[in-house]
Design a protein around this ligand. Sequence first.
Ligand code: HSE
Length: 334
Amino acid sequence: MKIAVSGFGTVGQGVAEVLLRRRDFLTGRYGEMPQIVLAMDSRTYAADPEGLDLQALIDRKKETGSVGKTGYSDSAELLSRTDYDMLIEVTPTDIKTGGAGLKNITRALESGKDVITVNKGPLALRFCELIGLARKNGCKFRFEGTVGGAMPIINLCHENLVGEHIRSIRGIFNGTCNYILSKMDKGQPYEQALKEAQQLGYAETDPTNDVEGYDTAAKVTILANSVFHKKVTVNDVKITGISKITAEAVAQAASHNMVIRLIGEVSETKLEVSPRLIPVGHPLSISGTLNIAQIEADLAGPITITGRGAGKIETASAILSDLIAILDERRGHA
Ligand code: HSE
């Protein structure tokens, strides 16, 4: 399997690290290692048809801030010139236009390549189109890491819960907002908590997308399309963020033994992101940067999952699970 990686930043380095850490497992399972033949960051690229040296790639990126010495002008065009089987698309999310990620994924699917992405923008805007393109061209297209990072949710619904009628999914899908709200519970001002969340590396490139609820809305949109088979975009979500939540509102909630949490909800009739009052001790009252989701299934009843919604290695773990699923399908593994 020859892999091209677009957006070789923090998550891209995580992917390379995870491949190195799972070298024995992957070689044992498939008889050979998947090779990264092309790595692009925002300005430069490195390519080797035999497979790049992953440790050297990680070291070079850390030391110089670039993956290679050669610049490029158009990532989709560079993909077209490369011999690869799968694109791992990890450029930063652009919720307004889909950005380079949308172009890269479209180009890869049009060329019959499998795609794994953790980029929410393309799916929040063009889910149906991209799935249609993948089907038409016989491509595998997986995106577990777009919702909840390392917390398994999409593949859980598609695979383990495939026989269920899923009634609703409610959850906390944005670590930045949850961190801010948890700090406000302890009396910390909003602005200071936001700054700390940014320092932790959780916030989006533009943290407005976190605090105004757009990031959660993108994730809820992806769940609505992939689990509920809705044909919706992020523009269909009713969104209220947390930027107007005052210290007084948090204190008032606390006086009733409640906390305020930003909840994303999707069901047959609802597609909403809003701050809600949650009783202290309820699973959705969690503090810190964790994500959590409650799935209501008709046979199984309620299922609660939680995990790290972001992070270099954590996000790469979701990509690894998608990679293994695709390799298993392609190679007819049991
Ligand atoms: N900005 C997101 C968060 C990162 O705070 O959870 C993961 O999508």
